[in-house]
Design a binder for this molecule. Structure first.
Ligand SMILES: [Zn+2]
Length: 416
């Protein structure tokens, strides 16, 4: 069986013929010559319709999926067309390529699928190609996906921020969190009013007006845009963001007290206690649980803060917004009397957002909680897998690619 036969089976295009396959001079790659079928006209890359030929350009090499350790290239001499519809001389469009990209569409889809499972660097290494080509592949697939995705009705969205690169660079992520569809809808630069408005500009007023639930954290710019664009929706402060805030305050208390003990030459009882205190008790291992019990005997600010944090968890067991509200108020009073400064920030912000927090209970039966947290964790994993990202474009593509559930370009054959 010849290579041409296989190619005709899995990667055949009307209007083009595989001529012959041969090794390159160094025997490391296979080169397959392609030519137009006799009598078939070239297609204008601007209007995508056949047009009369004009001239020919130099031969181009399109990288195809490697085979048995050999790189594979399709060699093709591009034609130019004199397109009367467009009124210009344009380069032809070839069905296996995408504009100026050097990889074939089939290879880009192949690489992009692997880049969802492996990091981009690992993908490049596994297929002996470069990081830039993996980037190209993902960009091609994501661009196609965004152009072809159908938004449909959106019942619920969650907005969240995520840090990228080093320092304080943020992205705004908007998820669809309907009961039957959860996916990333949008990635924006920064976490400003302007960036979040960008999402609403994309979906348009009609879709926005039909959103029933919005889930967010307490970041003021987001709250403002939600009031402005989704005034009819039930706005819920996500439980996971409240817990995160609480953990941050507790961590501050612990760090401060730990430093104080050290400076006074005391016994460093809080050493290595960070995760003991931040994790839920039921998630601790047996020996950690013993250490925690040991720690709880000390009369430390950290311990009191920890107990307040644990007591707060009871809030989520309520089903009635009224009872939850009563519990919330009692808890806040208790913390305000505690004289633990970092913790006192929490009641202040909880009181300010009391109604939005209670909306959690009003919506409980209709919105799967924890879904934003799950998506946020996946987003973090994606960012970690694609380290080395300096510019906005890379995390943007990686996030759409792994969380967007975007439609993929069609392929005539499954190469995986
Ligand atoms: Zn044209």
């Amino acid at each position: 069986m010849e290579l041409i036969t296989i190619l005709n089976r899995c990667h055949r295009f009307r209007g083009f013929v595989y001529q012959h396959a041969h090794f390159s001079a160094d025997k490391k790659s296979i080169e397959v010559a392609v030519r137009p079928r006799k009598g078939s006209a070239a297609v204008c890359s601007r209007c995508h319709l056949p047009a009369p030929g004009y001239d020919q350009l130099a031969e181009r090499r399109f990288e195809f999926i490697p085979l048995w350790g050999f790189l594979v290239f399709l060699l093709y001499t591009m034609r130019r067309v004199d397109c009367r519809r467009c009124g210009i001389v344009a380069v032809e469009e070839v069905p296996w390529g995408d504009g100026k990209r050097t990889l074939t569409k089939a290879y880009m889809l192949f690489l992009a699928r692997w880049a969802r499972r492996l990091s981009w660097k690992e993908t490049a290494e596994a297929f002996r190609t470069s990081w830039d080509k993996v980037f190209d592949a993902v960009e091609h697939v994501v661009t196609f996906g965004l152009e072809h995705q159908v938004l449909g009705q959106i019942d619920a969205i969650g907005v969240d921020e995520i840090q990228y690169a080093k320092g304080h660079k943020y992205l705004t992520l908007v998820y669809q969190i309907d009961l039957d569809v959860t996916r990333l809808l949008w990635v924006g630069r920064e976490r400003t009013i302007e960036s979040f408005r960008g999402f609403f500009a994309v979906i348009g007023d009609e879709l926005a007006s039909k959103i029933v639930f919005v889930c967010s954290d307490m970041w003021e710019p987001y709250l403002k845009v939600i009031r402005e664009k989704c005034s009819e929706a039930l706005h819920i402060l996500d439980r996971f963001h409240i817990v995160a805030k609480m953990n941050k305050a507790l961590d501050e208390v612990r760090a401060g007290e730990s430093r104080r003990i050290a400076s006074e030459g005391g016994v460093p009882v809080l050493k290595k206690s960070r995760w003991l205190l931040l994790k839920r008790e039921e998630n601790l291992k047996t020996e950690q649980r013993f250490r925690l019990r040991d720690l709880l005997r000390y009369n430390l600010k950290t311990i009191r803060a920890y107990l307040l944090k644990e007591a707060f968890q009871q809030l989520w067991d309520y089903s009635s917004p009224a009872w939850a509200g009563k519990f919330l108020d009692d808890w806040c009073r208790q913390v305000m009397r505690s004289r633990i400064e970092p913790m006192k920030k929490i009641p202040r912000s909880l009181r300010e957002h009391r109604e939005l927090i209670l909306n959690y209970f009003r919506a409980q039966k209709l919105l799967s909680s924890g879904v934003v947290e799950g998506l946020n964790n996946k987003a973090k994993v994606t960012m970690r897998k694609s380290y080395g990202f300096r510019t906005f474009r890379c995390p943007e593509l990686a996030l759409y690619h792994s969380l967007g559930k975007l439609p993929e370009p069609e392929s005539t054959h499954e190469f995986l």
